[in-house]
Design a protein around this ligand. Structure first.
Ligand code: HEC
Ligand code: HEC
Length: 267
């Protein structure tokens, strides 16, 4: 009997190991589907399944800019394949259960989008000064310095288009990632609270308020609970001149991993 159990356990282990190596070996390193017909098929899938979040030509929206040629979560063919099929945990990027060829065709289409990343108009040095004087650093971190209510902007130019950056500054409510939706309610003492949902289970909910303080509440004690899909960031429309906005976008565009920013692009 004991031998049988051991045998069976060994069999299970071998099966698990085989399944594991199947998973890791199954993804070829390079895209096997790159013909013009593959790109066209990939475009079709992309427009129906990915454009709502990534924009018609991959320029970005709720999802990342896929046309810049730089990918925050990995830039090799197999990185793209993995991110598309498995999704990116903790974000709105879903995993997609397509078969291999269909995914590779999407990868071929994404590769075809890459345009040389042209520096937007505007003066980045003046934009850095606008960033400083507008209080952006109160909520955003760049290279370790600044507040943390909003996303870290250290690499934002690498995965957001200039158009998206401009929209972020002028109409922050246009696309707010789920993580930044605002929960609003009255607590047990009747005090009104607004903040981001950090975590929740059946009975409790943890909220980071807009002063970045973490609080835990019994769900049953909350009144008037609702989720606002609005940004905690104020709009700068009307508060900055067109020229200041252009300079600010030029500055944000330079914030990216250094290997994607060659000095000639800055000229
Ligand atoms: C519901 C919205 C949504 C849909 C639909 C969606 N994505 Fe995404 N995707 C995202 C978000 C959000 C991110 C950025 C995650 C992060 O880093 O915060 C992302 C990231 C990615 C990345 C990684 C980008 C990088 O810089 O590394 C790739 C590649 C990608 N998506 C491809 C696709 C493809 C291809 C499809 C369609 C088959 C798709 N996505 C559908 C929301 C979406
Ligand atoms: C009161 C806090 C606050 C201030 C001040 C603020 N932001 Fe934001 N910002 C946020 C929050 C929260 C988000 C995330 C929600 C959203 O997308 O609007 C955000 C999002 C962004 C994004 C989008 C990032 C991405 O990857 O999607 C950019 C770009 C940005 N802010 C730039 C700026 C700039 C430039 C300034 C100054 C002119 C500024 N912010 C001032 C809180 C702030």
């Amino acid at each position: 009997m004991r031998t049988l159990v051991i045998l069976f356990a060994t069999f299970l282990f071998a099966a698990a190991a085989a399944a594991q190596s199947d998973l890791t070996n199954a993804i070829p390193e390079h895209n096997p589907r790159t013909s013009a017909a593959d790109v066209a098929a990939g475009r079709e899938t992309f427009h129906s399944h990915c454009s709502p979040c990534h924009g018609y030509n991959g320029e970005g929206g709720i999802g990342a800019n896929l046309a810049a040629g730089y990918f925050y979560h990995g830039s090799t063919d197999d990185d793209l394949y993995r991110n598309i099929t498995q999704g990116i945990p903790g974000t709105e990027m879903p995993g997609l259960f397509y078969n291999g060829d269909r995914v590779w065709q999407i990868v071929a289409f994404i590769r075809s989008l890459h345009q040389p990343d042209v520096k937007p108009p505007g003066d980045a040095a003046r934009g850095a000064a606008v960033y400083k004087s507008s209080g952006c650093a109160g909520c955003h971190r760049v290279n370790g310095a600044g507040g943390s209510l909003g996303p870290d902007l250290s690499d934002v130019g690498g995965f957001r288009s200039a158009a998206y950056l401009k929209e972020s500054v002028l109409t922050p409510d246009a696309s707010v990632p789920r993580k930044y939706w605002i929960a609003s309610f009255d607590d047990a003492s009747g005090q009104h609270v607004r903040g981001f949902v950090q975590n929740e289970d059946t009975y409790t909910i943890q909220i980071v308020d807009l002063k970045m303080q973490l609080h835990s509440y019994d769900k049953s004690s909350l009144k008037n609970f609702r989720i606002e899909k609005k940004s905690a960031m104020p709009s700068y429309s009307g508060r900055l001149t067109d020229e200041q906005v252009q300079d600010l976008v030029a500055y944000l565009w330079t914030l990216r991993p250094s290997e994607t920013l060659s000095s000639e692009k800055l000229r």
